[in-house]
Structures are given as C-alpha cells and as structure tokens.
Design a protein around this ligand. Structure first.
Ligand SMILES: [Zn+2]
Length: 468
C-alpha cells in the first residue's frame, strides 16, 4: 500500500515490487518522510515529568547517556551483521542497453516533473518540524486547548496534524495531477482525498498512542526513559505485527487469489522454496493506480504475501518471479528483522529525547515533557528523527532487496524473464532509471531497474545460465 500515500515526498519511489514491509508502516516504496515514517522515532521526552521544572541532574542523565551509547552500538552491530552487504551486485547499470531513448526520456521527464513538488513537500515538512522544535509555535497553537491533559494531547495531535496537512495539501494535489497526466493514477479526487485523510488518521492515532503513553509515564516516574524505551520497543513490534490485519484493510480490500493455474503454480513455488504460505492475497490496487507492486508484510501469524491486482495482467512467469522475490523476503524474515531494528531505533529515540528535551523545552516555552503544550515539539522531533533515519533505512533496504532478487533467480533460474519483468515494472511505474545521488540516498528503497537487471546478468554468469 502506501506508496501513494506520501507520494509527493518521494520522487524516486515507485520502483518496484517491493519488498518487505518493515515495521509499522514502512511500505515498500519509500515511505514519505513525514507521514508514514513518523511514529518510528519513538516518543520523546523531556525531563522531569512528575518532578519539576529543572533539567534532569547529571545523576539522572549519566545512566541515560551510557545506555544511549551502549544501545546505539548494539543497534549498529545488529544492522551491520544482519544486513546482507555481500548480496550479489551486478556490473555498472546501463539503462541504454535495455531501454529505448524514448523510454529513458519519458522517465526523465516524469522525474523532473515530480521532483519539484516532492522536494517542496519535503522542505515544508522540515520547516514545520523545525518551527515546532525550535520556537513556541506549537505551544501557542495548542495553548488554548482546554480539558484534562490527555484530551489536550489528543486535540493537539489532531490540530497540528491538520495544520501540517493543510499546508502540504496543494503540493499533494499538484503531485497527483502529474500522476494522472502520466496515467499512473486512476483515482478521482474524492478517492484521493479519502485515502489521504485515512492515512492522516492512522498517523494521528499512532502519535496519540505514543505521546499519551510517554506523558503518562513521565508523570509517574522520574527515570521515565527506562519504561518509555521498553514501551517504544514493544509498541513498534506490536504495530508492525498487527499492521496487515488492522491498518492495511483501511486502504485496500484483500482477496485470496482465484483458484487456477497461476495460484497453483505460486503455491508450488513456495512449497519448493520451503516457505510455508497459506495463500497469496490480491489487493484491489487498480482502483487507484496502474502501478505494479507486491510486498510482504507482518510476521508470524500475520505474515502475508500480497500482489497488486494490476500485476496479474503480466505474463504468469513474470508474476511468479515477483512472488519468488517476495518469498525471499519471507524466507529471510526481512520484515521481522526490519521491525526489530526499527524497535531498537525507537527505544534509542526515547533515550535521546530524555537527554535533549531540556534545550527544546526552553526554546518552545513549555514547562516540561508532561505539559500537553509539548505535543507539537514532540511531533516535530519525531518527524525530524524519522527523516534523519530514512537514508540509513534505504541503505539497508537496498541490500535486502538485492538478496531477495538473488533468491528469486536461485529459485526460478530464469534471468531472461527477470529482465523482462524489471523492464515491465520500470516502464509501467515510470521508475527513475538513473536516480541522482540525492534521490538515491533520500528515496531509493530498492536498487534501480538497470541495477537489478545488471544483477540478473551477473547471476547468469555465475550460474552458467545464458546471459539475457
Ligand atoms: Zn522486495
């Protein structure tokens, strides 16, 4: 799902069958900085909570700082050891070998058209988050709210979410108009607005849960960062687990794949691969997009492989290859690993918050982390934190995706169809065939299509199969 939900933030994004949905929202296709990713950074916090207005003393801060460093090293170690850095890579990508000059020109034109609204949206997101973190803007906006503290937090989240969305709305309309011009979006405006409001609602709901839990702890416990970090970890894991059954159905209907030769072939493929798969689900994506995609989400009892109904129009061998790629994610438990890494990152975010909330509190003019007027500052910090983590997530994701591609090739031994599939995906989704360095770092959750094709050729060479 969600590739469209923040589409305007992510120029490079539509690249392809995607991948494992990591943690909560993390749709495959580059979650836009502000929206989906937001809940990730974890609650943050201030200092004293129940205790008063002074900054936490060094006696309180030192254990938090030591834990921050140790946990940070642990996260780096887990990321370093669990990322398949050695996944197969191909030679230098060469778009002109597999795409015509006209196709390359069209991809460039689309990229140029979408880049402006995407970067403007990103800039607005950063500016608003910066204002919330470094000025009394958020405290002023939420200062007039009345009621018990928890109600003021909920209303504050809704109010600031609404203001942010209002500012970004015209850019979303602009982006959507471009998608329609290029035939990628087939939604009407009410469907588009409905999707956007729903995704805003999900985001606001998750933020409310985080902030209420954080503030409730900070009101009771002086060293709130300890239970809050544990809570952020647990909340991230729980949200990622229930995401496919609780949140995805808000956006799409899922039906088991129709009985027939394709379903039989896909389940046989999974059986041969040793990955227990009950069913392949089909999402009714065609009511909003012509793009092709597939993904794995959830883990354990909620794990599912989903293909867009748009993909089913492709030749069966290509669909099988896409599913083989998703089986690679399932076999390596990519969603679970991504979730655990995200959960550790959330815990880390909470501790960092404990340590840095002092200066934020002074600049924003709130009395403490438990002040409901701190809602805006906390939302800004979460947004900035998830923006900063995006490039690291993409770096890891690209290697995980390359491993899933290699898995699909091992399973099907059909690099020629792999190349045909990559061409179809790139052309249908109008993917960026040669993303520039900034786009690559900010948005590329997958290797580019020419890179994936080069990988298939390298695989063929290694395995003695004719190079496509
Ligand atoms: Zn993938």
């Amino acid at each position: 799902m969600s590739e469209r939900q923040d589409a305007e933030d992510s120029p490079g994004q539509d690249e392809a069958p995607d991948g494992a949905t990591t943690a909560v929202t993390a749709p495959e296709l580059a979650p836009g900085p502000a929206a989906a990713g937001e809940r990730r950074g974890g609650p943050e916090g201030g200092e004293e909570g129940a205790v008063g207005k002074q900054e936490p003393g060094s006696g309180l801060r030192r254990p938090a700082a030591i834990t921050l460093v140790l946990l940070g090293l642990a996260v780096l170690a887990v990321a370093a050891f669990s990322t398949p850095w050695q996944a197969l890579t191909g030679g230098p990508p060469d778009p002109s070998r597999d795409f015509t000059a006209a196709q390359i020109a069209k991809a460039r034109a689309f990229d140029a058209a979408t880049s402006l609204p995407a970067y403007l949206s990103l800039a607005l997101t950063v500016i608003v988050a910066g204002l919330l973190v470094a000025t009394p803007f958020g405290a002023k906006v939420t200062g007039r709210l009345r009621g018990p503290w928890w109600l003021r937090v909920i209303l504050g989240v809704l109010l600031i979410t609404a203001i942010t969305e209002l500012i970004r709305w015209p850019l979303g309309v602009w982006y959507e108009t471009i998608l329609r011009d290029y035939g990628l979006s087939v939604q009407d405006w009410s469907g588009w607005a409905g999707d956007r409001l729903k995704s805003m609602g999900v985001q606001a709901f998750l933020l409310c849960v985080m902030l209420l839990a954080l503030m409730a702890l900070a009101r009771k416990v002086r060293r709130w960062w300890i239970p809050a970090a544990a809570g952020a970890f647990a909340l991230t894991v729980a949200a990622s687990f229930v995401y496919p059954v609780v949140f995805e159905p808000i956006f799409n209907d899922f039906t088991p794949m129709r009985q027939g030769p394709l379903r039989t072939e896909l389940l046989e493929l999974a059986r041969r691969d040793g990955v227990p798969v009950e069913d392949v689900l089909v999402a009714d994506a065609s009511r909003r997009t012509t793009a092709l995609n597939a993904y794995v989400s959830g883990f354990g009892a909620t794990r599912r492989i989903v293909v867009y109904d748009t993909l089913l129009r492709a030749p069966e061998r290509e669909v099988a290859l896409v599913v083989a790629h998703e089986l690679g994610h399932a076999e390596h438990d990519d969603v679970l690993h991504g979730t655990l890494l995200g959960a550790l990152g959330s815990a880390l975010g909470v501790i960092a918050l404990f340590l840095i909330f002092g200066p934020v509190r002074r600049r924003t003019g709130v009395t403490s982390i438990t002040d409901p007027r701190a809602t805006g500052a906390l939302m800004g910090l979460i947004t900035l934190g998830s923006l900063l983590l995006g490039p690291a997530q993409n770096l890891i994701s690209r290697h995980v995706e390359a491993r899933a591609d290699a898995h699909a090739l091992d399973l099907t031994r059909d690099p020629a169809t792999f190349v045909a599939m990559q061409q179809r995906l790139a052309l249908t989704n109008i993917s960026d065939l040669s993303p520039d360095a900034v786009e690559y770092v900010l948005y590329a959750s997958h290797p580019s299509a020419p890179e994936r094709i080069a990988l298939a050729r390298a695989w063929a060479e290694l395995n003695g199969v004719p190079r496509p």
